[in-house]
Design a protein around this ligand. Structure first.
Ligand code: PBG
Length: 330
């Protein structure tokens, strides 16, 4: 007779005894269909320019974007998010180039929709890649002015929809932009083009490597008059509810890893799909620690992505999307 040393009715370890049992009781699982792959586009052909602070990520010319997008699609990743990197010569105060029907972004979208038609193409709506001021909104007398920016953003969204974008993603944090963009899309016949709203986007130092990738750092000041204060989470709920009321189809929390509490709160107050952006700085930290031999990159990558999903994200934008999908597909 083997009598237990103590009488314990509850033994949580029983649910961890074997891989099979652990597989049965797992609460959260990642799949490649959870991911959106962000991609940086540059002009040219066969151009692949490394981004120093994001090892493994590149600025790619449209032909290579198509190749990368096809790889992603074949791995089960349903969507890409495009960010154009433009030379200073194409930037101005009003982000005029963003409306060019033959601009780099528009051409890339058209090419993608031709070559990988089923893949969802998401485009970023904000002025910064096109702005000589490096801000997401229009600058007048040193201020980022809200209402005049809306017209520019709406024009940008319509131009992206005309090129074939499936969803537009306003990342600018101007007040009222979701409703304004929704109206403009509808008036131009794009009732089927969705809006993935960067609803709770924080003024975060985690965006540093992204701004290197696009050379899009603000030329003066910071983004604190439009992006949220990292100290606030009730305010995130306010932003999310406004975007939902204005017609957002999906809402986003950004960054992800230092804001898991915000993701969880947002998940509990809306019935819309919730996305989270595992941003450039989060990616860079993992890559740097792994390069030093201090962390196991594969294991950390999967743990981070799983944690973002467990917190409540239905959709994860991540520079790890392709690597993670490969790992998940075994
Ligand atoms: C700008 C934009 C940023 C990111 C996505 N869209 C940077 C910023 O707001 O300055 C950051 C993404 C990342 O860091 O990976 N509209």
């Amino acid at each position: 007779m083997n009598t237990p040393l103590i009488e314990l009715i509850q033994r949580p370890r029983r649910n961890r005894v074997s891989r099979a049992v652990r597989d049965l009781v797992r609460e959260t699982t990642l799949t490649p269909a959870d991911f959106i792959l962000p991609l940086f586009v540059i002009e040219g052909r066969q151009e692949k320019v490394p981004i120093a602070s994001m090892p493994g990520c590149f600025r790619l010319s449209p032909d290579l974007i198509v190749a990368e997008a096809r790889t992603a699609w074949d791995l089960g990743i349903p969507a890409v998010a495009l960010f154009p990197a433009l030379p200073e010569s194409l930037k101005d105060h009003r982000a005029t180039e963003s409306l060019n029907p033959d601009g780099l972004l528009q051409r890339t979208v058209r090419e993608l929709k031709q070559q990988v038609p089923e893949l969802a193409v998401i485009t970023d709506v904000a002025m910064d890649p096109y702005s000589s001021d490096g801000h997401d909104g229009l600058v007048e007398n040193g201020q980022i002015v809200n209402d005049p920016t809306l017209e520019i953003l709406a024009g940008m969204a319509v131009s992206q929809a005309q090129a074939g974008a499936d969803l537009v993603a306003p990342s600018d944090m101007m007040d009222g932009r979701v409703g304004y963009i929704r109206r403009a899309l509808d008036q131009n016949g794009f009732t089927q083009v969705g809006i993935l709203a960067y609803s709770a986007k924080y003024a975060s130092a985690f965006y540093g490597p992204f701004r290197d990738a696009l050379d899009s750092a603000p030329k003066f000041g910071d983004k604190k008059t439009y992006q949220m204060d990292p100290a606030n989470s009730r305010e995130a709920i306010r932003e999310v509810l406004l975007d939902a009321a204005e017609g957002a189809d999906m809402v986003m929390v950004k960054p992800a890893l230092a804001y898991l509490d915000v993701i969880a709160r947002v998940r509990s107050v809306v019935n819309l799909p919730v996305a989270a952006y595992n941003v450039s700085g989060e990616y860079a930290m993992v890559k740097a620690a792994a390069a030093m031999g201090w962390l196991d990159e594969q294991a950390i990558m999967m743990e981070v992505l799983l944690a973002i999903k467990r917190a409540g994200a239905d959709i994860i934008l991540s520079y790890f999307a392709v690597d993670a999908a490969r790992a998940l597909n075994g």
